[in-house]
Design a binder for this molecule. Sequence first.
Ligand SMILES: [Fe+2]
Ligand SMILES: [Fe+2]
Length: 262
Amino acid sequence: MGAQGLYEKPPERPDMKSVAGKRFLADPFGMLLRPLHELIWSDRERRARKLLEFAEVEASGGRDLVRAAELTSDPLLRERYLRHARDEARHADMFRARGRALSGAANGDGSGGFAHWVAPGEQGMEGLDLAREKDADLLAFLHLSESAAARDFARYAKAVGGDPATRSLFQHILRDEDHHMRYTHAELLRVAPRRARRVLWWARLRRFWKAYLRFATALAGLIAGVVLTLQYFLLLPPFAWLSKRAARRERPGWIHIETKGR
Ligand SMILES: [Fe+2]
Ligand SMILES: [Fe+2]
């Protein structure tokens, strides 16, 4: 099902009073990251690239949710996943439209490097094999992912103070993420009332492991870059100098080499 097919019913609007804003008023880690976020979002071109990157992740998350709806045998969950997928497809369109408006370009690659680490946005299903996930595990994973997305978008909304349109976009989308976070938790309690806490902890551990793998990969890339740069500047110059010296000692023109036995 494409994104267009998901627009037949208007999206469910969450209760505006329960918006995540209250929960994020006390966010000491977010306050620590605030200068970095402001730095990342201050550049218009980078802001456009990140929004286009977010659009891709939201669209991918929406497609995964449609797939999850196909796979679940629970009719209520199927309906909620499809509604959720419609929200994610709408987020993708909103991020894409704003990203294009900022960049003035029709597309962008969104490769964020360090910026991706500090401001990753919604992470989607992070490579989960949906066919093997049970309803409760998927709901726990979604709940944590939506919770992180709502928290991050609240931080970004604060960091893009000089861009009211982007700020309002984040504020609008984080309300949906807050709603996703709450419905996935409620559904988890419905489908696995006794195991909910355990399943949530297992999902936390899996997310932590995935985050560690991403960090280790990025760190390995950084270390490889530093080592190769050091090799270039420390090892190459002596060889270049020896080669130049040898070249200076060479006699110009053809050199006759005696061959034994002739
Ligand atoms: Fe979203
Ligand atoms: Fe979401």
